[in-house]
Design a protein around this ligand. Structure first.
Ligand SMILES: [Zn+2]
Length: 116
């Protein structure tokens, strides 16, 4: 199992998201995870208004989450969050990441540090 697959399993991504790249810097004491949605993502989501299937519209700029830890090392997730457009009603919206707002022990994964 690759480090990317391992972190995807640890974060409980399933089929919708994947860790595209995992970089560990001992000098910086940090693990960086580049995360992206998969093609499967679009089949599993539905429009919040009419329940239609979303089609990929675009992605946000990169967003960073910094308050995770792996052992004693800081862990940063970077992702471009997808926006979809409903094929029934043309509603366009941004998806939340599955790690956004989740509690992990005493740590809490916060909202994105960079807004758009
Ligand atoms: Zn819709």
């Amino acid at each position: 199992m690759s480090p990317e697959q391992l972190f995807g399993e640890l974060l409980g991504f399933g089929l919708s998201w994947r860790v595209a790249e995992c970089v560990f810097s001992r000098a910086e004491g940090r693990v960086d995870l580049q995360v992206e949605n998969t093609e499967e993502f679009w089949k599993m989501e539905r429009c919040p208004r009419r329940g239609g299937l979303p089609k990929a519209y675009d992605h946000t700029d990169e967003v960073h989450w910094n308050d995770l830890h792996v052992m004693q090392f800081r862990c940063q997730i970077t992702a471009r969050l997808p926006r979809g457009r409903c094929e029934l009603c043309n509603h366009t919206w941004r998806f939340r990441s599955p790690w956004e707002g989740k509690a992990e022990g005493s740590a809490r994964i916060s909202k994105p540090l960079l807004c758009f």
